[in-house]
Design a protein around this ligand. Structure first.
Ligand SMILES: Nc1ncnc2c1ncn2[C@@H]1O[C@H](COP(=O)(O)OP(=O)(O)OP(=O)(O)O)[C@@H](O)[C@H]1O
Ligand SMILES: [Mg+2]
Length: 336
């Protein structure tokens, strides 16, 4: 039987794993819950479920920070458990394709490779793919033949803006803005205007519901703690306040897209103009962002059909279609 292969998009918020055997993408929170400093208590979605609710002896954390591995040991544990679950408990040899951000140091890039090598997952072959290239393939762009494509991936802690040409990366910038900053901005605005403290999960659900609330012309009903009385209360937050609170971060994204466009070699301009901007990543779905990018750059914005999983979808194409294999590479100086 042919080997299994996995494609991993290690996001700060969500880990997405494509399994060739199942031909399926699994999405789980990239989170770990450790009890009494050393015992694994929960991982993935079940760890996230306990987040902000767990007692003091259970420590819940994200092993990634700003798109790079911050806690190697816990990240290895998570990868080992996720892969083992997908293999139904028995570790079999498999090939691994791992997506990495471009605008990070070589050491940070290599850490993704080392992670898979050391996680105890019986990796036969480990190949690396630039995230933006996988994103492009996942959005059905002919990345190998296009001479100028701009991909903007708005994730949890980062937004990656990249220019692709002929299957490679010409320019890429990773900025520290994403869904988490949007949630923080909503929390800060609600605190300022309503003297109300809301939790991170509440802010996130307001953000996700925003476009629907705007369509229905109603505010967001939230529960939180009143700063003055200290008591739990319910309030209705107008969507206008939420939209205004996000404006600053939208501007940062638009400004950075413009900087990248300004630095793009002019020979690529024709294709970029023709193709427009490809927008993806979970947080790219937030209401008004695509319009703001369109307005700020004058370029058409193509929104991804699968914003959360476009990188993993691209990895699945690389795994299944020989034609795309050339965009994946081995890290220099490492044996398989
Ligand atoms: N429908 C939606 N509307 C707005 N935001 C959303 C929606 N669905 C998910 N998000 C946000 O998307 C973010 C997660 O996206 P994603 O999984 O792409 O990030 P990540 O890959 O884990 O992070 P990073 O790329 O920064 O490492 C979260 O902030 C989440 O709140
Ligand atoms: Mg991501």
């Amino acid at each position: 039987m042919a080997n299994n292969a996995f494609g991993i998009d290690l996001g700060t918020n969500n880990i997405k794993i494509y399994s060739k055997n199942d031909d399926k993408i699994t999405v789980e929170k990239n989170m770990i819950a450790i009890e009494n400093k050393n015992t694994l208590f929960a991982y993935g979605d079940s760890a996230f479920e306990m987040y902000e609710k767990a007692p003091g002896n259970i420590h819940i954390s994200y092993p990634l920070s700003n798109g790079v591995i911050a806690d190697i040991q816990n990240m290895e544990t998570l990868v080992k458990y996720f892969i083992s679950d997908l293999q139904r408990g028995s570790a079999k040899p498999a090939d691994f394709y791992i997506a990495v951000p471009t605008d990070v140091t070589e050491v940070e890039k290599r850490a993704f490779y080392d992670l898979v090598k050391d996680a105890g997952v019986k990796a036969k072959k480990i190949m690396v793919v630039e995230k933006a290239v996988a994103d492009g393939l996942g959005m059905d762009i002919d990345v190998k033949n296009s001479q100028g494509v701009i991909v903007v991936n708005v994730g949890f802690e980062t937004t990656e803006i990249s220019i692709l040409s002929l299957g490679g990366i010409v320019l890429s910038r990773l900025i520290k803005v994403g869904g988490a900053k949007f949630d923080e901005a909503i929390r800060a605005a609600v605190r300022r205007e309503f003297s109300l403290i809301i939790g991170g999960k509440t802010a996130e659900s307001v953000k996700i519901a925003l476009s629907e609330l705007e369509q229905d012309n109603c505010g967001a009903v939230v529960y939180g703690r009143d700063i003055v009385t200290g008591l739990p209360v319910e309030r209705e937050i107008p969507t206008k306040l939420v939209v205004e609170s996000l404006e600053e971060h939208f501007n940062t994204i638009v400004d950075n897209v413009k900087v990248i466009l300004e630095r793009t070699p002019p020979e690529l301009a024709a294709d970029i103009y023709r193709n427009g901007i490809y927008l993806t990543g979970g947080a790219s779905q937030v209401s008004h962002l695509a319009d703001r990018i369109n307005l700020g750059t004058g370029l058409k914005v193509n929104v991804s059909e699968y914003p959360l999983t476009s990188v993993a979808l691209g990895l699945s194409k690389i795994i299944n279609e020989d034609n795309y294999k050339t965009v994946a590479y081995a890290i220099e100086g490492m044996s398989k």
